[in-house]
Design a protein around this ligand. Structure first.
Ligand SMILES: [Zn+2]
Length: 83
């Protein structure tokens, strides 16, 4: 096992583990899932790759609600700008 010091989380879309910071986190807040960009909010969360494919897979697995698509796309776009 390499990269043991890097916290790994599993994407709920493709079910593959990646370093936590490479994933987008969604947190259950106020009774609904919200994109959590700081990664600091507490609570139940799910992780997704920065990929719409994984988002769609996660919706099919009922891990995430389809109405988060807009928010997720915003995150993807903001990442492109920052990089
Ligand atoms: Zn994924």
């Amino acid at each position: 096992m390499k990269n043991h010091s890097v916290p790994m989380r599993r994407c709920v879309g493709c079910m593959t583990s990646y370093p936590k910071k490479e994933l987008v986190r969604f947190v259950l807040a106020d009774g609904r899932l919200q994109v959590c960009e700081s990664g600091k909010e507490n609570g139940r969360g799910v992780y997704l790759c920065r990929s719409l494919d994984c988002f769609v897979k996660a919706v099919k697995r009922k891990k995430i609600s389809n109405d988060l698509m807009d928010e997720f796309e915003k995150v993807l776009k903001s990442v492109e700008v920052n990089v």
